[in-house]
Write a protein that binds this ligand. Structure first.
Ligand code: KIV
Ligand code: ZN
Length: 530
């Protein structure tokens, strides 16, 4: 095996030429399966930003949403279909005529539209959820795939819970779908139950037994309930799959979906044993990971492969010693290959606008003039309070700036009296739709007082489900990053806020979540009025 760093190439693959490499299509479902998971809801604008970032990074297919699920989903899929010019844009539909019609309508303006329709095939789902016989499901497949194929050329069909479906029936279902016009066949491990060897064998068996298998591209879709989603996706590729479905940061139902960045980098770094290529520009992985994490306010775990903040950090003496002598001792890929720039310190209160602009550019941000001005003002305020401003601080500040651009409730002022003698008391001034309102509130602790002050100004029924705080960088003057999850009527949203003052960061995070609920309420209200 040639080490990629020793060989000077991230693509080191001595036994395979570039021409021998098969292309694996990357189907990103961050905006559908990812967004579907509790707390990862994104606003309309955030979905557009994520779609743009995915397209720019080279994703082949963007599953933009589930158009029949809500008016908001329909609008987001339609708008993404209109604006994305390179990638295929897919809309999901159950095997129901109304769903397929709605998905077709949502993607019809796409340069490359796809309808993705699915139905369960496993005995467990047929008996307990669908209450249909195998023969009935085959008829449904024929009718719904044909309907989709009448609307678009590119139809993906998924056998939900494929990995718990007897192989004979799975083959009949796949043959039926291809006969009806499906061009991609996805066999998901819906419940994250398969092992890599089983999943690979399933694809090999289906491709060998189904007579018209050569007429479709096979696709893997893995959930991570046993932590095997990425391993299963790679095994599926070995079994003949040429499309993998995945999400940024592995977000998704329950334990999540296979992480895009892990699959892509595994194929790239281990090209010596897996001779496949993707169209992903890997230097954008970190940036897109942060964009998704900030859009859905879903923190990335520190030790997450590829994009976790510790993924390229070396703490132990032995490792640091090795790294200083030669990077290949403890790194199998360069941080730069995934877009991690290793600058530590560097901006301070004397840095001017031009330096700040070029720093942002270097970090991959492309802000408009107003956003840049806003970010610069906040940077100056931060630099006045904090001795060293690190890249992570700037990132937290800019991400917050982007996330709050459309907020209707904004923090103007906060004073808190805390200490051993309670009750703690918060005085808060908020701008609500541009109008300033001030209130005071007490609480059982300073955070409680801050949240009560928000409730006094903006009364609401939302329930606080999660409050989490961590430091963005080291030191007692580090910025605190707070995550707050609120739920109302069964729907959860998360908000994040960063500030050197933990109480201010808490208020910002709570308001970020509340603004999402407000935006969602307004959209629902408008839909009801329509
Ligand atoms: O996990 C699954 O089976 C799905 C299907 C809708 C493709 O997400
Ligand atoms: Zn799924």
């Amino acid at each position: 095996m040639t080490h990629p760093i020793q060989s000077g190439s991230q693509h080191a693959a001595p036994s395979h030429t570039a021409a021998a490499r098969d292309r694996v299509l990357i189907f990103d479902t961050t905006l559908r399966d990812g967004e579907q998971c509790p707390g990862a809801t994104m606003t309309f604008e955030e979905k557009l930003e994520v779609a743009d970032a995915l397209d720019a990074m080279g994703v082949d297919i963007i599953e933009a949403g589930f158009p029949i699920a809500s008016e908001g989903d329909f609008e987001a899929v339609s708008e993404i279909a209109r604006r994305i010019k390179r990638a295929t844009v897919a809309g999901l539909a159950r095997a129901i005529s109304a769903d397929i019609a709605r998905a077709g309508e949502a993607v019809r303006h796409a340069a490359r539209p796809r309808i993705h329709t699915f139905v369960s095939t496993s005995p467990i789902h047929l008996e307990h959820q669908m209450r249909k016989s195998e023969a009935q499901v085959l008829d449904i497949i024929t009718a719904t795939v044909a309907q989709a194929r009448n609307l678009v050329e590119d139809v993906e069909w998924s056998a939900m819970d494929a990995t718990r479906t007897p192989i004979e029936y799975l083959c009949r279902a796949v043959e039926t779908a291809i006969k009806a016009g499906a061009t991609t066949i996805n066999l998901p491990d819906t419940v994250g139950y398969a092992t890599p060897a089983e999943y690979r064998a399933m694809f090999e068996a289906v491709r060998a037994r189904v007579p018209n298998a050569d007429k479709a591209i096979f696709s893997a879709h893995c959930h991570n309930d046993l932590g095997l989603a990425v391993a299963n996706s790679l095994a599926a590729i070995e079994g003949g799959v040429r499309q993998v479905e995945c999400t940024i940061n592995g977000i998704g139902e329950r334990a999540g979906n296979a992480a895009l960045e892990e699959i892509v980098m595994a194929l790239k770094v281990r090209g010596d044993v897996m001779p496949y290529e993707t169209g992903i520009e890997t230097t954008q992985l970190m940036r897109v990971s942060k964009a998704v994490s900030s859009a859905c306010s879903f923190p990335v775990q520190y030790n997450k492969a590829i994009v976790g903040r510790n993924a390229f950090a070396h703490e132990s003496g032995i490792h640091q010693d090795g790294m200083l002598k030669n990077q290949s001792t403890y790194e199998i890929m360069t941080p730069a290959s995934v877009g991690v720039t290793k600058t530590s310190l560097v901006m301070g209160k004397h840095s001017g606008r031009a330096a700040f602009r070029s720093k942002l550019k270097e970090m991959g941000y492309d802000l408009g003039d107003n956003q840049l001005e806003d970010a610069f003002t906040r940077f100056k305020a931060l630099a006045d309070r904090k001795k060293h401003v690190y890249d992570e601080d700037i990132e937290a500040l800019v991400d917050e700036n982007i996330a709050t651009a459309h907020d209707r409730i904004r923090l103007e002022l906060l004073t808190v009296i805390a200490g051993t003698r309670g009750p703690q008391r918060a005085t808060m001034k908020l701008a609500v739709d541009g109008r300033s309102v001030t209130e005071e509130a007490e609480g059982n602790g300073p955070i409680d007082a801050v949240f009560n002050a928000i409730k006094a100004i903006v009364p609401h029924e939302a329930v606080l489900e999660l409050y989490d705080v961590h430091a963005v960088t080291e030191g007692t003057d580090a910025q605190a990053e707070v995550t707050v999850r609120l739920s109302r009527d069964g729907a959860a949203v998360t908000g994040r806020g960063a500030d050197p003052d933990t109480l201010v960061a808490s208020a910002k995070a709570y308001l970020a979540a509340l603004n999402k609920l407000v935006a969602r309420g307004v959209r629902q209200h408008a839909q009801a009025a329509e």
